[in-house]
Write a protein that binds this ligand. Sequence first.
Ligand SMILES: Cc1cc2nc3c(=O)[nH]c(=O)nc-3n(C[C@H](O)[C@H](O)[C@H](O)COP(=O)(O)OP(=O)(O)OC[C@H]3O[C@@H](n4cnc5c(N)ncnc54)[C@H](O)[C@@H]3O)c2cc1C
Ligand code: FES
Ligand code: FES
Length: 490
Amino acid sequence: MAVTNESSGSHELHEIQRAGQSISLYEAPTSLARALDLLGEYGHRARPVAGGTDLLVELDRGARPGVDVLVDLGRIPGLDEIVVDDQSIGLGPLVTHNQVVASEICRTEATPLAQACHEVGSPQLRNRATVAGNIVTASPANDTISALLALGASVELTSASGRRTLPLDQFFTGFRATALNPGELVTRIIVPRLGAHARGVFVKLGLRRAQAISVVHLAAVVEFDGDTVTDSRIAVGSVAPTVILVPEARAALVSRTLGAAEIEAAARAVVDASTPIDDLRAPARYRSDVVGTMARRALGALARGEELATWPDHPPLLWGSGFDGSYPNHGEASIDDGTPVTASVNGRTVTAAGAASSNLLDWLRDEAGLTGVKEGCAEGECGACTVHLDGAAVMACLVPAGRAQGAEVVTIEGLATDDVLHPIQEAFVDCAAVQCGFCTPGLVMASVKLLEEIPDPDRRQVTAALAGNLCRCTGYNAIHAAIQQAGESS
Ligand SMILES: Cc1cc2nc3c(=O)[nH]c(=O)nc-3n(C[C@H](O)[C@H](O)[C@H](O)COP(=O)(O)OP(=O)(O)OC[C@H]3O[C@@H](n4cnc5c(N)ncnc54)[C@H](O)[C@@H]3O)c2cc1C
Ligand code: FES
Ligand code: FES
């Protein structure tokens, strides 16, 4: 729909209706050396892609002028591994938030990081979005940054001329700015293990419980010798141009027991170190007040040993039954807009061009003719575009279409067999869980993965699983009933 500019009388597209930046080449190399060569060859025209959940939105908004080449790291073997030794946990640059959530060692030995990853977006988003992408975007609102700073993490950077390691607090150089040189990649995030004498916690305040950028986030790690605090790091986000460590809070705690007076002094130090601004999420004054409360609650939880009290028993990942967090490798891909992409879609081989400048949602709808998958927002917020990619539920609007080369994709059209509806589709009909129906394909695709993973989910698990699926007709009770009915009958 065009809008009329009243002063000129001309018809103009609204900002969000304009086509985003066009990509002319999508490269998916199978070695780090080749990825570095490509970044060197294309210079400022190229950007690396991990999950694409930040980059695709930025490109859609025209926020990366001059970029027309994507170098997807997703086909380089080994980059999605979590490697553990006696001292640390190493995260490869393709490790997703959901891989961290699913990792027992991350939950117990890097607790604030696991909690921060669990707070990012929605399950579908967390199946693509990576921790490395989160730190490179370097927004002060990015959740894993406070967790990693509190844990004392460092970052390994690799370029064509070599490798270096930086403590994470030296990685951030300003608002959304990092110490990465052009053509340099994050190749590992090294997280010291908490060990037996340290405890950590992450807390976040958003405007709602899921799919919410932080109003404030805070992570605290405290080391003990018996009851005495021997060290502490508290990091706070969304209260300054970068996520900040608060050394004054450490001074208030070290060599003391973690009692009410010490917690109050540390909370005061956190408030004093914060220099928030007013923005659309919260006024500065509110942030200043609430950050103190969050510090008190976080340190109180650590004092009581209750840092994992709210961690769910089985957080839904939307991995279903056949996916373990690592995507299969489909070999090298190099795609311009004339190059056909071949994928298995709903069990059929589909070959279509138009992938270089497209996302998977548009490619499925416009090139493969599968219009069951819907576009509600085109920026990862609504879940209407949920499909299964190599076994995991993802938001198709945030996946570069070239990623489908060689992959297995299932859309809503692939669920029914021989005109017999899938049990979840049946249950949606039985429970009248459909009003206008626009959100329904996405809800069904998410529910299929939930029930494969947790056949008898309780209400909290259903709510958590559907956190990324918005229904503007708001008939959530019937949707819950349908999923529970399908679960009971399976
Ligand atoms: C709907 C929605 C909700 C969100 N909710 C949250 C939230 O609650 N909390 C939060 O913190 N974030 C949130 N985000 C932001 C985003 O999902 C995260 O920052 C995510 O972790 C980014 O990871 P990615 O792999 O998708 O990054 P990408 O988009 O692939 O990359 C991000 C940036 O890093 C660069 N890059 C990627 N990998 C490397 C590498 N190895 N070396 C060098 N550069 C690299 C890319 O070029 C790009 O500039 C949300 C985003 C959306 C769309
Ligand atoms: S989440 Fe993809 S269209 Fe809304
Ligand atoms: S049924 Fe209308 S948007 Fe959900």
